[in-house]
Write a protein of this length. Structure first.
Length: 97
């Protein structure tokens, strides 16, 4: 079964070291694996993927923007979020709620 969470981006830096910040919402999907009794491995989320990315804009100037999955910004955000311990914990907390 696939689960979804909305993950807030607030001063998210897609390119560390560069003064570029993203604000918006990332829709993350994940699957849940139960505890393995044979190996003792803990339960947890896996196959964490970025499904949808919306970047917030200044409402007075332009509307929020959905980022295409082929856009370099989407790919960079996906690489960082899917490897993030914070996102892993957000998925774990979502499942356990």
């Amino acid at each position: 079964m696939t689960y979804h969470i909305e993950y807030e981006l607030d001063e998210f830096q897609p390119w560390p070291g560069k003064a570029i910040y993203a604000y918006g919402v990332a829709t993350i999907t994940y699957k849940w694996e139960g505890r393995d009794r044979d190996t003792g491995d803990d339960a947890g989320p896996y196959d964490i993927e970025l499904e949808h990315l919306t970047i917030s804009a200044d409402k007075a100037r332009e509307p929020d923007r959905c980022i295409e999955q082929t856009d370099p910004l989407f790919l960079q955000v996906e690489a960082i979020l899917c490897a993030s311990r914070d996102v892993y914990e957000a998925c774990r907390n979502d499942y356990q709620d």
